[in-house]
Design a binder for this molecule. Structure first.
Ligand code: DSN
Length: 423
């Protein structure tokens, strides 16, 4: 029989590293827009014996025997996803958001086809045409961006580029864009040029599940997503689509983009979709948005420039040059992490600095909202962030600010004090 000793006994070195990261997650304020804290039940589903099963194929059509139970699990996840988002078809096998996109592109397009997507340095994702990703190497990407004045999507440019290049696909949905996206307008442009409309909802799928952002499913042909951000599920991908695209999308994910499904993760996705359908998740999603708005407004009141002035979702970008012309996103990110606030550097629209240095930081509220912070704490946090950046050369002030950050983190931890980080 398999060894049933706990991790701490079997591999204390690894167990200690996991515990070290729980301490990191607990002791600092987590503001990375794409992260969250998973529940114990999510860890149980994700860490279950379903990990043992090979099941290439789809429910009812597998290349292995013994798939009766994983068929039921995958069907449960698919049905829950369809019902949560009002989708005609769901593929829950994609291992990540990037593989969801890869499966979707190859499912419905041919290599070399033209795709219109958002510029990476203005909010898009690596899989939206970056030359270092399969997407930029295998498809002909044309990029739209934001208006230099409003820093919001320039829909006139989207329409102009669509008519000029006649793309086979138009992508909306971003990694660093803080405004509500007008799905209907994108749909109309896609129809004008006979393009497939794909929404990459990786960042906002949790808000959509909680009815805190308009749902793209009624407008888009295909919606790709991740399940580990505001959705608060396991690390993984998801594709929703119209029935007419179901077969090609499924083939694009398996066997084109990946092999066997990760059944333990699919079980955890089923749990996530169930939890998202409950009323407390709707309240959570709306609180994420309220928290982000108050945090951005507080920082703006303290003199920080917020890209596009405000946020309407879970995240926003802020411009370090509004604090000090010399301050970079890289320096600010490292300093804030040292002070107990973890976030990431991020290019801002028309950023003169490289993506590794940047002039901005990206701030998101899914994790702090899970930890229980509300508007009151966002005011404290926003003030602390700006004060830390302004007073970064004042040792005495920094000591006092560091104490205040750690008091706030201690009051709102993601996990209980003695939690080992695994189950
Ligand atoms: N890398 C993720 C993010 O942080 O936004 C998106 O894939």
């Amino acid at each position: 029989m398999i060894d049933t000793r706990p991790l701490s006994e079997l591999d204390p070195e690894l167990a200690a590293l996991i515990e070290k990261d729980v301490t990191r997650q607990r002791s600092k304020i987590q503001l990375i827009a794409s992260e969250n804290f998973v529940s114990v039940a999510m860890m149980q589903a994700s860490g279950s014996v379903l990990s043992n099963k090979y099941s290439e194929g789809y429910p009812g059509r597998r290349y292995y025997e013994g798939c009766q139970v994983v068929d039921e699990v995958e069907n449960l996840a698919r049905e829950r996803a369809k019902s949560l988002f009002g989708a005609e078809h769901a593929n829950v096998q994609a291992h990540s958001g990037s593989q969801a996109n890869m499966g979707a592109y190859f499912g419905v397009l041919d290599p070399g086809d033209t795709i219109l997507g958002m510029r990476l340095d203005q909010g898009g994702h690596l899989t939206h045409g970056s030359p270092v990703s399969f997407s930029g190497q295998l498809f002909n990407f044309v990029a739209y961006g934001v208006d230099p004045e409003t820093e919001m999507i320039d829909m006139d440019e989207v329409r102009r580029l669509a008519h000029e290049h006649r793309p086979k696909m138009i992508i909306a949905g971003y990694s660093a864009y803080s405004r509500i996206i007008d799905w209907a307008q994108f749909r109309a442009i896609a129809d004008e040029v006979d393009a497939i409309f794909l929404v990459d909802a990786a960042h906002i799928i949790g808000l959509i599940a909680g009815r805190a952002h308009p749902n793209p499913v009624p407008h888009a042909d295909i919606v790709t997503a991740t399940t580990h951000k505001a959705l608060r599920g396991p690390r993984g991908g998801l594709v929703l689509c119209r029935e007419e695209f179901a077969k090609p999308i499924d083939k694009g994910v398996f066997p084109f983009a990946q092999g066997g499904s990760i059944n333990n993760q699919i079980a955890a996705k089923a749990l996530a979709f169930e939890l998202c359908a409950r009323p407390d998740f709707e309240e959570y999603a709306h609180q994420i948005v309220r928290n982000a708005a108050v945090l951005a407004d507080t920082m703006a009141d303290e003199g920080m420039r917020i890209v596009s002035q405000k946020t309407e979702n879970h995240m926003f970008l802020s411009d370090m040059r509004s604090i000090d012309e010399e301050l970079t996103g890289k320096e600010a990110g490292i300093l804030l992490d040292q002070m107990g606030i973890t976030l990431n550097r991020n290019s801002i629209p028309f950023d003169p600095r490289s993506p590794f240095v940047t002039s901005g930081i990206r701030i998101g509220t899914p994790s702090v909202t899970t930890a229980g912070m509300r508007q009151e704490q966002m005011v404290t946090l926003g003030t602390l962030i700006v004060q830390i950046l302004r007073q970064r050369n004042d040792e005495v002030a920094m000591k006092e600010l560091g104490t205040r950050v750690h008091e706030l983190a201690d009051e709102f931890p993601g996990y209980p004090e003695d939690f080992p980080g695994h189950v």
